[in-house]
Design a protein around this ligand. Structure first.
Ligand SMILES: [Zn+2]
Length: 224
């Protein structure tokens, strides 16, 4: 079965950037795995909830999305939200995930985004996830760097990109996408505002579709 592995730095990143497209691929027969790199425990609206409860709340919200979308699995790497470091251990962890699930397509933030023009989009954890996943896709296809059978990912879909080269029509899925985003209840004091923002944002990606998700899609071609 063809597999997608989609990396988010936090629970809800993929719901903003890619769930419409991923759901379409699931309907075409792909199995999809989400890998959430940090716990997302420092982005909640309610400061009175203890840390361990915030972590479990965010996991529950993510699992609710997983069930609704028909994901085959969610992997939580449990790094601390806001403190992600690009270490050798992180790259190794990401390579291990790629070698285990052998995805044809990987989704992640775009490491080519270095414009620093949006304080949320250019979050430290997003930047580090982008770069580490990019490097892990290289390392996973290398025979020598890490143990285990090498695996070559065919395509990376970079979401949250400033350099899109591909737009996926998600008009038919916009209501579902927003419903899944709303499952992250710990995040949104006023979801109506979020919905308005997402609808405007996704309607302005391209004139070709009413609503679309934008990606920089990169093929990984084996030359040697
Ligand atoms: Zn995030």
């Amino acid at each position: 079965m063809k597999t997608i592995v989609a990396f988010g730095a936090h629970p809800d990143d993929l719901e903003f950037g890619a769930t419409g497209t991923i759901r379409k691929l699931i309907l075409q027969g792909y199995q999809a795995v989400f890998v959430i790199v940090t716990n997302g425990e420092n982005g909640c609206k309610d400061i009175s909830i203890p840390r361990h409860e915030r972590i479990s709340q965010r996991k529950k919200e993510q699992m609710r999305v997983a069930q609704a979308m028909g994901l085959s699995e969610v992997v939580f790497l449990e790094h601390t939200d806001g403190f992600l470091e690009y270490t050798e251990a992180l790259r190794h962890q990401l390579v291990s995930v790629i070698k285990e699930y052998k995805p044809e397509k990987v989704f992640t933030f775009d490491p080519a985004n270095q414009d620093f023009d949006n304080i949320n989009l250019f979050h430290r954890d997003h930047r580090i996830t982008a770069e580490a996943v990019f490097d892990a896709c290289f390392a996973a296809k290398n025979k020598f760097m890490y143990p285990g059978e090498p695996h070559r990912v065919s395509q990376i879909y970079f979401y949250g990109t400033n350099k899109p080269n591909y737009f996926e029509d998600i008009t038919a899925l916009i209501d579902q996408k927003l419903e899944w985003l709303a499952y992250h209840e710990s995040q949104f004091a006023d979801f109506a505002r979020v919905e308005q923002f997402v609808r405007e944002w996704l309607s302005q990606q391209t004139d070709a579709y009413e609503y679309s998700e934008a990606f920089r899609v990169m093929d990984i071609i084996q030359i040697t």
